[in-house]
Design a binder for this molecule. Sequence first.
Ligand code: SF4
Ligand code: SF4
Length: 181
Amino acid sequence: MSDPLQGPAQTGIAVEESSLDPGLADEVAAQPGGEGIRRCFACGTCTAGCPVRRFNERFNPRRIIRMVLLGMREQVLGEPFVWLCASCFTCQERCPQGVRISDLMRALKNLALRRGNMPEGIPMQARLLAEKGTLYPLDEFDNKKRVKAGLPALPEEKAVVGPLLKELEEVMGGKGGSHSD
Ligand code: SF4
Ligand code: SF4
């Protein structure tokens, strides 16, 4: 996988018409949040307000949407830049066409994840969630600090969430914890 800070503007992509996948836009439009993608008229408002773009001009939501509409499956779902979106919703609030861009970016992350394109931390987070029911497990040390600050101690594992996730995994035939299928 290439440098996660590399975006589509930096990869020198020449669009090969024969490599385009016309089914990609439909696939994204079928995801929750992706429904409005075809309403985009490429005004660039999303890109202009994006805080990630401010620090990394190679991240460009308008361009990513255009790439999806063109069917550039590999260049979008196979690249690390899809994970750079911070889900801040600035673009979603401002889009004149009502495209739910933050949700759409999450949909792209989900599609990328299904093909194994994910940051290293994601499997670890999934494991923590399944085993502990939280991404930030507490330990005795944390609870001592809470008590010292006058706060009640919290359970070190979320007994409610853990079993629910396990049950979900069983219902899904062992696929609940898998992120490569
Ligand atoms: S703000 Fe909306 S219409 Fe404009 S480029 Fe972004 S997604 Fe497209
Ligand atoms: S939600 Fe993502 S794409 Fe939209 S402005 Fe925030 S960081 Fe940029």
